[in-house]
Design a binder for this molecule. Structure first.
Ligand SMILES: Cc1cc2nc3c(=O)[nH]c(=O)nc-3n(C[C@H](O)[C@H](O)[C@H](O)COP(=O)(O)OP(=O)(O)OC[C@H]3O[C@@H](n4cnc5c(N)ncnc54)[C@H](O)[C@@H]3O)c2cc1C
Length: 488
């Protein structure tokens, strides 16, 4: 059987695959998602969307849907240290982490993908992949037999054990898990001393927080006595409760587990995010200890970075080498992610007396606003910038290293027609945006690709980052980052 894959085939219908598909379909690209599962999983691995992910969703007009289904948490954690990371100091419309189960995130992204006309083939497992100069050929099983499909590009968003990565011959070097941790979504029959509990002692590290459904709590345990238990060994409620009792002195009467699982600190990074017409995004490109709740978040940001570039090339709006900037921009972000989760892994592991002293010192350091902000920005993904321009500057504009590729917060703009609009509300279509001050000479970019791929607005910023004050015009990338500027 032959399946019509459209112009881009996305393998994997998890959060990252769905997000890439949405970005492509938004621009009218014909896109298909091939997902091996017939139904979404009911358990949520991720529970949080951090500030940059919320901005990414807001850039496409989707944040309200997520905000309506989640709960704002003004802080996050680093290695379950006692001093929390304070997101409230960040300059953003989203100075918090949104507590939202992964199942809800996936449901909302799938809803959006379907609205945009994405073809989602559930129960379709990709098993073969072959590239020709013009297309990528896929084969798999699904729909009661085998099937073939072809597309101009393939995005492998098929998770940590990515078949696409293997079939494209992309190495995935790194280290196997050296420790295992346990999680349980359970009912507590005794109250917690605080709404959420973090404890660290020589007996281990415990994180206990409400799951948001009014019924369950998520318990995550690092028990030094149990770290060598193989990941494949099933977790029992008694095992979890015993570890919790050892750390907290009580198991809070835990019962009726909805989900019990073991996870580890396997740390691997694809050597490249692109092999010809095949791209990797999300867990297919990077795996690590889920510390600080970052994997899904970074994956969504991979997806946005790749999406608009594929649109530009597929629509003939940008030259093909634009696609190489995906690797240039996102691979270092993946490397940085692995580095920060390894650092958290070491701190979690530090339950011996020297380690406890180290944890106490780092926790104390985090009471310093500058240190706290540095790690809060890291987890929020606000420390990401892309100083190298992705395309040659349009006539009359330049790429200024200090600001190129920096994220723009969602500031207000007093527009020519007298209406005040938010910057992000002008980016919902995923196009470049030319932002011109009323006093600026008329410099609408005409040269390809800019003319056909750029919306323009004349407006005076109300607020916005300090460093933008001197600029007359600003060309904003489709992902809300600074592209090019024109000086007065
Ligand atoms: C315990 C735990 C807690 C976590 N907490 C957080 C958190 O709080 N915040 C956070 O950001 N991240 C967290 N993560 C990480 C997060 O869950 C992942 O990073 C995220 O799911 C990655 O999304 P993805 O779409 O790349 O991959 P996946 O979610 O793994 O989706 C891949 C999809 O591809 C499909 N697939 C696989 N192979 C094929 C094939 N050959 N053909 C077709 N389909 C295929 C799979 O069925 C799956 O649906 C956590 C992870 C764990 C284990």
């Amino acid at each position: 059987m032959t399946r019509d894959a459209g112009e881009v085939a996305v393998v994997g219908g998890g959060p990252v695959g769905l997000m890439v598909a949405c970005e492509l379909a938004l621009a009218g690209v014909a896109v298909s998602v091939f997902e091996r599962r017939t139904e979404r999983v009911q358990q949520s691995r991720a529970l949080s969307l951090h500030p940059r992910s919320l901005e990414v969703l807001a850039l496409r007009g989707l944040a309200d849907r997520f905000m309506a289904r989640g709960q704002r948490l003004p802080n996050g954690h680093y290695a379950v240290l006692e001093t929390r990371l304070d997101f409230s100091v960040l300059e953003t419309a989203f100075p918090f982490s949104l507590f939202i189960p992964q199942t809800v995130t996936e449901a909302l992204l799938e809803e959006r993908a379907r609205e945009l006309g994405v073809n989602i083939h559930r129960g379709h497992l990709i098993t073969r992949l072959q590239q020709s100069p013009e297309e990528v050929h896929l084969e798999g099983t699904g729909g009661g037999g085998t099937f073939r499909a072809a597309a101009r590009y393939v995005v492998g968003a098929d998770g940590a054990r990515s078949a696409v990565r293997t079939l494209a011959g992309i190495p995935f070097p790194g280290a196997d898990a050296t420790m295992s941790l346990v999680l349980g979504d359970v009912v507590l029959t005794e109250p917690l001393p605080h709404p959420a509990l973090t404890l660290s002692s020589p007996k281990g590290v415990l994180l206990l927080a409400p799951l948001g459904d009014g019924i369950h709590h998520r318990a995550v345990v690092f028990d030094p006595e149990r770290t060598k238990v193989p990941l494949s060994e099933p977790v029992t409620l008694e095992e979890l409760a015993r570890s919790v009792r050892a750390i907290a002195g009580t198991d809070f009467g835990m019962k009726t587990p909805f989900w019990l699982s073991r996870f580890g600190n396997e740390t691997r990074h694809a050597t490249t995010y692109r092999e010809g017409r095949v791209f990797l995004a999300g867990d297919a490109a990077h795996v690590h200890l889920p510390a600080g709740g970052q994997g899904l978040n970074v994956g969504l940001q991979d997806a946005m970075n790749l999406g608009w570039k594929l649109v530009g090339v597929l629509r003939g709006l940008a030259p093909e080498p634009l696609l190489d900037s995906y690797q240039r921009e996102r691979h270092p972000v993946g490397a940085h992610l692995l580095q920060n989760t390894l650092s958290q892994s070491a701190l979690l592991h530090a339950t011996h007396p020297e380690g406890q002293a180290l944890r106490a010192s780092v926790s104390k350091l985090l009471t310093l606003p500058a240190a706290n902000r540095m790690l809060a920005e890291q987890i929020a993904a606000f420390d990401v910038a892309y100083p190298d321009p992705v395309l040659p500057a349009p006539p009359g504009m330049e790429a200024v290293p200090e600001v190129t590729g920096k994220r723009l917060p969602d500031f207000a703009l007093r527009c020519e027609d007298g209406v005040t609009r938010r910057l992000y509300s002008l980016m919902h279509e995923g196009r470049w945006l030319m932002l011109r001050r009323p006093s600026a000479p008329h410099r609408e970019p005409q040269a390809a690709p800019w003319g056909a791929w750029t919306s323009a607005v004349t407006a005076e910023p109300e607020g916005g980052p300090e460093e933008l004050r001197p600029w007359q015009s600003l060309l904003v990338r489709p992902d809300g980052r600074i592209g090019y500027v024109a000086r007065a």
